[in-house]
Design a protein around this ligand. Structure first.
Ligand code: GLN
Length: 477
């Protein structure tokens, strides 16, 4: 049994049946990380002490013959924008280079309460701003399928680690595609739940009306298991919804026959790589062979999505990032003569170029005189984009799209052209603007053996249906 290849169920069962121990499992992952991660770069910080203490706790439960919790001994990685008590959390930024949080993110608390073992913190773009992981202040992540290529972003470390068997599952965050796009680039499963489904307490905010936490896993079933564990109302996050959480794993087995899936013509238009188009069309064909009915739909405001997203996201970011001023957390510039110089120097030296670009864009969009023209206009278009989905979901149960217009690109390819980088988020940002759930699952490869991802979007709080479709496709493929 190769411990590093196990799924969540596989790992938990192996621990439960005494075929391995949680401690042996954790050691086997730490050994593989030591061997393989230097060339991939998916971890920023290892949480050895915390991970091994949790593993020992699971092993002593097992030794006493007690019933083990559902994720007993399962080694997981946590994106570095999610705070972990006593374990350095940098959000990929120099400004939080030495930050050791005094509390835990709720999603992490819930995973550990279910028995998971936290291995460490995953590399990501600075404050989750990016689509390639090249904005990490520490180091880039390399795609395990081709080390000359990016893993996607911003949850690039979370996706690469699962793809390279350096964690069984990881948590990522998704503000405009940061779980789904890296999942598609690395050939793993990534799920962005409905806005409000998972508590964001302990997530270092990028854009509060768009931020989501979700899993990256090897299988759809594993994504269902993690979602079931982390979902549900949390009094510490007032935006977390009081909506019952179904048993996503049980729901997977329901038939998909006669589900209606929508294909939006706007998502299969100009700019889409022909190989990606073909793979997604083949996947749709498989779904129709499973008995799904394919319906053509229209999402007419799609062309405005990128502009809308990059105004709303940067506006919220400029406000959220105001808290990093050298006073309470993180980096503080030395040898300054005044308070305002301290603010300025700390932010100038602490933030990277992309973060500064967004703070400036967002500040501009919110400034008196421009607010109506940009921010207010963007909010109106956001409502139209949301309405597009409401109309579509009157006709269909789910919508199938490519996750990204292309497969993984080369490191350095887009770093000089931020606009090209932004435009590639076209298929993912809409789900964040509308708050609907979306999953990316592998659906083939390019000629160069690079993974291609298919996205399935669902109705608000209907993760069960998209997981079910994804599972049915995965089993058939
Ligand atoms: N690529 C998008 C951006 O740069 C999305 C990032 C995210 O989802 N965190 O903003």
């Amino acid at each position: 049994m190769d411990l590093n290849l196990l799924t969540i169920d596989g790992a938990r069962n192996a621990v439960r049946d005494g075929r391995t121990t949680a401690t042996a499992l954790a050691h086997s992952f730490y050994a593989k990380i030591a061997q393989d991660d230097p060339k991939i770069g998916s971890y920023l910080t290892l949480a050895r002490e915390r991970g091994l203490a949790k593993a020992a706790e699971i092993d002593s439960l097992a030794a006493r013959g007690e019933t083990l919790p559902p994720l007993a001994g399962v080694p997981v990685g946590i994106k570095d924008v999610l705070v972990t008590r006593g374990v350095r959390t940098t959000a990929g930024s120099k400004i939080l280079g030495n930050y050791v949080p005094p509390y835990d993110c709720t999603a992490v608390t819930r995973l550990e309460a279910a028995g998971a073992v936290v291995l460490g913190k995953m590399n990501c773009d600075e404050f989750a701003m990016g689509s390639s992981n090249e904005n990490s202040a520490w180091k880039p992540v390399h795609n395990p399928r081709d080390l000359s290529r990016v893993p996607g972003g911003s949850s690039g470390g979370s996706a690469a680690a699962v793809a390279a068997d350096l964690a069984v599952a990881t948590l990522g965050t998704d503000t405009g595609g940061s779980i789904r796009q890296p999942a598609s680039f690395c050939g793993v499963v990534g799920l962005k739940p409905t806005y409000g489904r998972v508590s964001r307490y302990g997530l270092i905010a990028f854009a509060s009306s768009l931020d989501h936490i979700g899993p990256l896993t090897k299988t759809v079933k594993d994504a269902a298991i993690v979602l079931r564990t982390i979902a549900g109302r949390d009094p510490m996050d007032s935006t977390s919804a009081e909506v019952p959480v179904p048993d996503y794993v049980a729901e997977l087995e329901k038939p998909v026959r006669s589900l209606k899936i929508g294909l939006a013509k706007e998502y299969l238009a100009e700019g889409l790589d022909p190989e990606v188009r073909r793979a997604v069309e083949d996947a749709v064909q498989s779904l129709s062979e499973l008995g799904c009915e394919v319906v053509e739909i229209s999402l007419p405001h799609t062309e405005y999505a990128i502009a809308t997203y990059y105004i709303v996201a940067t506006a919220e970011a400029s406000s959220n990032l105001a808290r990093f001023d050298g006073v309470r957390y993180g980096y503080r510039a030395e040898n300054v003569r005044s308070l305002s110089e301290m603010y300025r120097r700390s932010r100038d030296l602490g933030f990277g170029a992309e973060v500064k670009r967004r703070i400036m864009l967002g500040t501009y969009a919110l400034s008196a005189g421009y607010y109506d023209a940009y921010y207010l206009k963007a909010q109106k278009v956001r409502a139209l984009l949301t309405r597009d989905f409401e109309e579509a979901f009157k006709k269909v149960d789910a919508i199938v799209t490519p996750t990204s217009p292309t497969a993984a690109f080369k490191l350095g390819d887009k770093t000089d052209d931020p606009l090209a980088m932004y435009l590639a988020d076209i298929y993912t940002v809409t789900a964040n603007l509308a708050g609907i759930p979306g999953i990316s699952i592998p659906c083939g490869e390019t000629k160069e053996k690079l993974p291609i991802g298919m996205q399935i979007l669902g109705k608000h709080f209907d993760e069960a249906t998209i997981l079910r479709l994804a599972h049915a496709y995965e089993q058939a493929a």
